[in-house]
Design a protein around this ligand. Sequence first.
Ligand SMILES: [Zn+2]
Length: 100
Amino acid sequence: MSKKKQPLRPKHVPQRTCFVCREKRDKRQLTRLVRTPEGPVVVDPTGKQNGRGAYLCDQAACWDKVLANGRLLNQALKTTISEADLAAIAAQRPAVNEPH
Ligand SMILES: [Zn+2]
């Protein structure tokens, strides 16, 4: 009887870099923001939407920075985000780990 060994493959977890803190994280811990071909910048929960994308991690500090200063997003996406788009993104802010 021959025993076949299953090759042990390390699980590949896709990583993305948060455009605010520049930390690499598991893709699922980041929110993709995408500048759609039509213009508006939206939250892309699928990660598959067309357009130029930037990843934002789930740290409250990073979200605070972006929502307080739309220019960070403008630089990352080479766009000029409108107040309305920024407000729409703010409304979709994920549950974050607020310091107590
Ligand atoms: Zn971050």
